[in-house]
Design a binder for this molecule. Sequence first.
Ligand code: UGA
Length: 447
Amino acid sequence: MTTRSNIRDGRSTSHTVAVIGAGYVGLPTAATLSHFGHRVVLAERDEVRLAALRSGQMPIVESGLDDLVAESVLAGNLKFTASATEAVLEAEFVFLCVPTPQSDDGSADLSFVEAAAKEVGQLLMPGAIVVNKSTVPVGSATMVEEVIGRPDIRVVSNPEFLREGSAVQDSLHPDRLVVGADDAQAAAMVGSLFAATGAPLIITDATTSETIKYASNAFLATKLSYVNAVAGLCEEVGADVRDVMLGLGYDKRIGFEFLRPGPGWGGSCLPKDTRALLHIAREAGYDFSLLAGAIASNEQQLARVVAKVETACGGSVDGIKVAVWGLTFKANTDDRRDSPSLEIAHRLSALGAVVQAFDPTVSGGLSEDPDNVPNDLRGLHLCADPYEAATGAAVVVVLTEWDEFRWVDFTRVATSMSVPSIVDARNLLDPAAVRRMGFTYDGIGRR
Ligand code: UGA
């Protein structure tokens, strides 16, 4: 049964909480719950990450997270430990925020979830509630319950909807909270931990809750594929996608969010969750061709951007210097997992381009010390700033929407390039302004 209620009751009781895993989900979750007055112990077994946290350094780039963490540590509400077993000893609630990597067929590798559940299962306080916060396949709550194998322990699905780059805002002010369990009371108790957000609370069963998470991300991905496809159509018919999206966005049923065309959607969630949902549908014997189409359309978008760069270079990038601005999957994060920007940079490199790349979160000096270059950046020449990246290049390709790219001195860029040309895969720049400075300009769906 699905019930809707709002738990803005003002009585925010403090609870003891353990969070296992200090990644992109676990760390903001721990920071938010401790900010709400709960006593949180965050377990992280990666020593480097843990040491960083203990010294007040955030292991991920996330605006406002350092202050939120520092405030809770100072208030005595947030502690760190290397040991998951130690974290759970006095916890009424245990949030599992461990990675769920994906296999080639779209199925999720639940070994970290399973291992964490096994590790802490026998040590949980009687009646403790375990919460699946990581995005997990439908049926995972039951799986965790079976692994723990204790009748007094209930497992609740509570998917996370925060976006990287705005994790703090999204966690403190979520659009909604979803909690799912076969025991509705346990679900409601998890919801009450977040009462201070005042967000609408959807209490449902675990299977439905797990499905909501995939369905949300798959919908966002489909919306973006649609937007990118409309941008492609705009180029063919001579329309301007920005005005088209303005015209769509004012329709309240469509809204303005997620209407910006780009090089393709990426990151650690949308690609993974769309593939996962397709896998789930396939296993269930359901032909989800709409979603398959959205994924295929995203692949086309990456190829279309590569083709734009080739065109800007006169048909081929072989042996040509190409400046790439931006490598992370979006701005305001240091995350490059499944980044369309990075994928396009590598595709250009595979076509023979000399890729001179700059990203504000990547150190320009890395290329000089090849042993220190992370695997995913090998083959790219990493530059210290946008100007170094543009030097001698035939085209600047804007791949991530970092705001600082708007404020670059384009006259200086133009004089340092072999040909002043821009492919703006994020529609970040003003075409008229850069054209006035002598650049040829090609955006996504823009005139
Ligand atoms: C996504 C969802 O938005 C979150 O609600 C969800 O919690 C999260 O996945 C998750 O499952 O953990 P995230 O991956 O952090 O969040 O990033 P988004 O802001 O959703 O962006 C995803 C991709 O879409 C990026 O490549 C971004 O550049 C692209 N995008 C987004 C566009 O190209 N245009 C837009 O208008 C918006």
